[in-house]
Ligand binder design. Structure first.
Ligand SMILES: [Zn+2]
Length: 445
């Protein structure tokens, strides 16, 4: 296995309960049959691809399976428009698995997520041949799919093996590495969100998963031009980073190590099926813009003196439950989606007394928390420039979102998940409106 220079990735795979092999390197495709045999024995393969990924590596996969005597069939979905990450499609794929077959996902984000879910539904392991360094879900156990319009991360199992052939991955459309860079960039504010939850005693930072994501993060993000230029070494680093993040999620048992407000913002656009020029905007592109938005809030937050926060005023100014319900109903016109958002929001609502205690704690820990956040974040404008150099979008307009819509999305994003982020901190401290006005302009009627 071609692991990262210091063996971090090899150790993470060795520790993984689910991922038995991770083969990254030029020409790795040729190992597909051997790895399949080692991990899945005599099971026949049902190769799940779309027209694009089939064109990229279908022949190579089939040749490798044949060399190892692995029986196989194809299930090739149309490549245009892009395959949708919806649970119903995952169910359909699960129903197409015959006899002892299991899936070989040949693709990136959506195809892998669909295969992960379909294999889980049929209670069997699967293998993934990655075709792009476009997101961090290859090695993670969760499958983010839309279920009746609500984006959820369904707990499944990671693939038993992942093959990342750098010749295939570096030849993917260049914007896909930009999306992967965007997904990885999101770990900067997501880490800050975890620090906030840790400092307030809500969700402690985990010593295993945290370093897997955060220790090398700045290094993986350090050469955006080389990523955009498709340089093997940079693409390999990006892919290894994304793979490690997936393993960190598996190790932690949730997406907390990899996802905070940046992803909540992105998920809202993904739930709305945001399209640009007739194509669904990718996960990594949405996260890139969500990442810059979250960092803008951190830039603002770090400039405040929360040690002087008027706790009594913040608690007194808290919106009553009915007002929150009304805001959720406005943000999510679909009643089924609104009901699920209300459930997530209710799970983190606090009684006034508990809120008061939390804000007192915030006042006390602020000097230390502010220093930790300052060391974690990258200023929003700097991150935006890095994303653009990597070929990723950074501003909302680049994915067809207006400033007004961005503000609306950021305001509603906290309703999507019970996970505590900078948005909850700002809301509980009575600072959310001021922060939104300062960062994204005042609300338009
Ligand atoms: Zn992601």
């Amino acid at each position: 296995m071609a692991a990262g220079g210091d063996g971090l990735l090899a150790r993470a795979v060795a520790r993984s309960e689910s991922v038995a092999a991770l083969e990254i390197g030029r020409g790795a495709l040729a190992e597909t049959g051997r790895i399949w045999r080692a991990a899945l024995g005599d099971r026949p393969a049902l190769i799940l691809a779309d027209d694009n990924t089939w064109g990229a590596a279908g022949a190579g996969v089939e040749a490798a399976l044949e060399t190892s005597g692995v029986a196989h069939r194809r299930l090739i979905l149309p490549g245009r428009p892009r395959v949708k990450p919806v649970r119903e499609l995952g169910e359909e794929i699960a129903a197409r698995i015959e006899g002892e077959e299991t899936l070989l996902a040949l693709g990136s984000g959506v195809l892998n997520d669909l295969a992960k879910y379909a294999a889980f539904v049929r209670d069997r392991r699967y293998l993934c041949v990655a075709t792009a360094a476009s997101m961090d879900g290859y090695t993670s156990g969760g499958s983010p799919l839309s279920d009746k319009g609500f984006k959820i991360t369904i707990p499944c199992r990671p693939p038993v093996a992942v093959i990342g052939d750098l010749d295939v991955i570096a030849a993917a459309p260049p914007e896909m590495a930009g999306w992967g860079y965007g997904d990885l960039a999101g770990k900067v504010p997501a880490g800050a969100d975890w620090i906030v939850a840790d400092a307030l005693g809500i969700e402690p930072v985990d010593d295993t998963a945290w370093p897997m994501v955060q220790d090398r993060l700045r290094g993986w993000l350090a050469a955006p031009e080389a990523i955009a230029g498709g340089q093997f070494e940079a693409i390999a680093g990006l892919f290894e980073g994304l793979a490690l993040v997936g393993l960190a999620m598996e190790a932690h048992g949730s997406s907390r190590p990899a996802s905070g407000a940046d992803h909540q913002i992105a998920h809202l656009w993904e739930m709305e099926n945001l399209t640009l020029a007739g194509e669904r905007v990718s996960h990594g592109a949405c996260v890139a813009v969500g990442c810059v938005a979250a960092l803008r809030l951190y830039d603002w937050l770090i400039a405040q003196d929360l040690g002087a926060l008027d706790v009594g005023a913040a608690v007194a100014a808290r919106a009553p439950a009915e007002a929150v319900q009304a805001e959720i109903a406005r943000a999510f016109p679909d009643p089924g989606v609104a009901a699920r958002a209300a459930e997530e929001t209710a799970a983190k609502a606090l009684e006034p007394r508990t809120l008061c205690a939390r804000l007192d704690r915030l006042r006390q820990v602020w000097p230390e928390l502010r220093a930790r956040l300052g060391a974690q974040v990258i200023p929003a404008d700097e991150m935006a420039a890095m994303l653009r150099r990597a070929g990723a979008p950074a501003a909302p307009e680049e994915i067809g979102i207006t400033q007004a819509k961005l503000r609306e999305t950021v305001a509603a994003a906290r309703f999507l998940r019970r996970r505590y982020t900078v948005l909850d901190l700002l809301d509980e401290a009575g600072l959310l409106s001021a922060a939104l006005d300062a960062c994204f302009g005042e609300e338009t009627a």
